[in-house]
Ligand binder design. Structure first.
Ligand code: ADP
Ligand code: MG
Ligand code: ZN
Length: 484
């Protein structure tokens, strides 16, 4: 007896249709899964056997073969458990075969037959809808996520529920639409005293989506400032929210209670993170931090402590906005268009830039430190500035301007920029050309200064880019500040 269930296998952020064929023949009892299944997928045998028993159903007698087709597509993960179990139950006439074929199914089985959430349900549900399916059987905790795909989820808590539903004996409970519009509680700029110049640079970075590097001695508030960038960014539009959600879903990082991520993500990997963790890759298909930060902020706190290969690996996403990860079955492409923020000390001992402490670094050690940040990487920071120690009276000041007020200006500037970047007046153009020779600036550097100047003009609600806007942009373009 042969039966079929439909599911979709993740390929990067996409999913491809997979037919789960269950074949039961007479013979000595056996259970095989064929069709390029990885280990987690092979282990489905134990979970499915145990789950079927827990649901008080019969595991088919005889030679049982499950084929995952097409065979050339690698099947990863535990999301095949549910369709495998249902195909087996259909092949042994315990659920109606025809009804099963009208549904997609995805989910991991626990040994007691309950369904567990898996990553990537949004992508799987989207693929199911594209293939004309109207309903997807999925774990209860994934149901809200599936609704985002415009397909009707059939939420199931236990394999027994799925079976009862397919037999027409059980109506699934309705799924409330995902909660919307909640802003996560973020650290506020009101906590940062003084540091006017760094606050200004943060605002410009937020308005234009520019990359920002903060250098300076320890304890001056660099990390504090960097962590407050997400709080002054506008929420994501609908398309971006779905895109970000898809990535976090595949990584298995979606919160159950809020499946649609509407705020720009913020990722701050530790400097000991591996290159694979940062850009993606390794076994499995997980997107790395660069992709988890897509349309949001990637903070590299203590930039110089990161391994050089990790920093170099970020050049591709910084340039192209995506990472392409080698896998056993070819390549997977993950979007990775993020805003990069780095912080660093000015030297290995950290004293450089601090008038109160003497730097003890040898010239050689200092040179190695600077060497690590290749020109190519430094060149990608649009705004570079030193954050000095705040003066005592600044630190004693009452609370500073809160993030909400800054965000309002950022939103207004972004709207202006969307309508088109303002043009430079001739004097502003001359100033820029002059700087290209004086600094000197690379072609990329020039383009970056021009963009930052445009953002500054937009923040000022100016109709064109004036020399003062170019001058301010150029002032943040001074890596020699970090070499002082
Ligand atoms: N400008 C500031 N306003 C308020 N607190 C500050 C400021 N600068 C530093 N601090 C305090 O010092 C601590 C260390 O700051 P941090 O951002 O970690 O420094 P850095 O990253 O530059 O080494 C913060 O947690 C905060 O309590
Ligand atoms: Mg710090
Ligand atoms: Zn030093």
């Amino acid at each position: 007896m042969l039966a079929r269930a439909v599911t979709h296998a993740l390929v990067g952020l996409d999913a491809r249709r997979v037919e789960v064929e269950a074949h039961v023949q007479s013979g000595l009892p056996s259970f095989r899964i064929v069709g390029l299944a990885d280990r987690a997928c092979q282990e489905a045998r134990e979970r499915v056997r145990s789950g079927i028993a827990a649901a008080e159903l019969e595991f088919p007698e005889g030679r049982v073969t499950v084929n995952l087709a097409p065979a050339e597509l690698r099947k990863e993960g535990s999301g095949f458990d549910l369709p495998i179990a249902l195909a087996l139950l259909a092949a042994s006439r315990q659920v109606p075969r025809d009804r099963l074929q009208g549904h997609a199914a995805v989910g991991e089985l626990a040994l007691d037959g309950r369904l567990r959430r898996v990553g990537g349900v949004l992508a799987v549900a989207e693929a199911a809808r594209r293939h004309g399916l109207e309903r997807i059987l999925c774990p209860r905790d994934s149901a809200q996520e599936a609704t985002l795909a415009g397909i009707e989820p059939v939420p199931v808590r236990h394999l027994a529920d799925a079976v009862a539903y397919l037999r027409g004996e059980h109506q699934p409970e309705p799924v409330p639409p995902p909660a919307r519009g909640e802003t996560p509680a973020l650290a506020d700029l009101a906590d940062v005293r003084g540091q006017e110049r760094a606050r200004r640079a943060l605002e410009i970075a937020a308005a234009g989506g520019h990359n920002l590097l903060l250098g300076g001695p320890p304890g001056t508030g660099k990390t504090m400032l960097a962590r407050r960038l997400p709080g002054i960014l506008p929420p994501l539009d609908e398309e971006a929210a779905l895109e970000v959600t898809r990535i976090h879903s595949v990584a298995g990082l979606l919160p159950t209670d809020q499946p649609l991520l509407e705020h720009p993500p913020f990722r701050a990997p530790h400097h000991s993170a591996s290159t694979a963790a940062i850009v993606g890759g390794g076994p499995g298909i997980r997107p790395g931090e660069a992709s988890l930060a897509h349309r949001g902020v990637l903070l590299l706190d203590e930039l110089a402590e990161f391994a050089r290969p990790s920093l170099e690996a970020l050049r591709q996403p910084l340039e192209d906005g995506y990472v392409s990860v080698a896998r056993a079955a070819g390549r997977a492409v993950f979007p990775a268009r993020f805003q990069l923020v780095g912080t660093m000390n000015l030297c290995p001992c950290g004293a450089r830039g601090d008038p109160l402490v003497e730097c003890t670094c040898s010239a050689q050690r200092l040179a190695r430190y600077r060497d690590k940040l290749s020109r190519a990487l430094l060149d990608r920071f649009d705004l570079v500035l030193a954050v000095p120690r705040a003066r005592a009276e600044e630190l004693a000041a009452p609370r500073a301007e809160p993030s909400a007020a800054v965000r309002a200006r950022v939103v207004a500037a972004r709207e202006r920029l969307r309508a088109g970047a303002p043009e430079r007046v001739p004097e502003a153009d001359a100033l820029l050309s002059n700087a290209v020779e004086r600094l000197p600036l690379s072609g990329r550097g020039r383009a970056r200064v021009a963009r930052v100047a445009g953002t500054i003009a937009a923040l000022a609600a100016a109709d064109s880019v004036l020399p003062e806007h170019v001058a301010e942009a150029l002032a943040y373009r001074a890596p020699q500040e970090l070499a002082a």
